[in-house]
Design a protein around this ligand. Sequence first.
Ligand code: NDP
Length: 285
Amino acid sequence: MKSQIIDGKKVAEDLINRIKEGVDRRLAKGLRAPGLAMILVGDNPASKVYVRNKEKACERSGILSMMHRLPESTSEQELLALIDRLNGDAAVDGILVQIPLPQHIDAEAVLNSISPDKDADGFHPDNMGRLAIGAPRFRPCTPRGIMTLLEHTGAELAGIDAVIVGRSNIVGRPMALELIQVSATVTVCHSKTRDLPGKIAAADLVVAAVGRAEFVKGDWIKPGAIVIDVGINRNEEGKLVGDVEFGAASERASWITPVPGGVGPMTVASLLENTFDSAESRDPS
Ligand code: NDP
């Protein structure tokens, strides 16, 4: 069996176009464009690229990006004061602080200071808690994007056996909560899990979020399973690869996401979706 590729780039583009239509509808009714405030502290090269990509996506969707580029020397108090100001700014619907932050800043304190009503990344404990009790508001972007990709396959998710590899707060844990919401039976695996190949071999859906190049072997995949590869890694030749051995896995899976061009673009599109939803909840069009 040869897999169908889940084209995350295309699904993300379509989503951004739909958001643009929504923004245009708001403007036509005399409402303001949604606003996303982004804060980048320091010169981390990867963070600069991520933020630039998010800015470009905002431009395409009509969402206003409000960039705050701060020097590495910024104190925690200064950062907290800026977030406080943005929390009270009626033109701001979403606030994103790009992580990692410099060592002298307590990232948890900073992320927790973002108003849960403007938490575009969905990392605030209030929003994670709401997802955990089945009453989501802001949903973490990567798992939300994966749910959109799964909808795109048309697969029935209720009752399927899903295995998630990874339990981070930004991917694995909220992914488990998302899948429970749609009545999948969820197993969350991590570094202490016994017999990972055996667990994956029984799964109808595998979400790999480990951060290790081609860690999930193709011959572990159950024929016909859906494979979602969250990982972004460089292999020994410097090529960008996922957490799944793509070639071998795509001989067995029914659907599979490529790396790049799978989950990555959806994370950014879901950030815009969260920001748009926030503006709509503040003043609906
Ligand atoms: P973390 O490092 O925070 O988490 C990795 C998880 O993998 C941990 O739960 C860890 O277990 C688990 N793990 C590590 N080794 C093993 C093992 N041998 N067997 C089973 N599980 C193991 O990573 P993130 O969740 O932040 O990211 C995962 C990957 O996804 C990375 O490549 C990252 O770059 C990528 N990513 C991609 C995004 C996108 O938009 N495409 C967005 C976010 C992340 P334990 O908890 O026991 O340590």
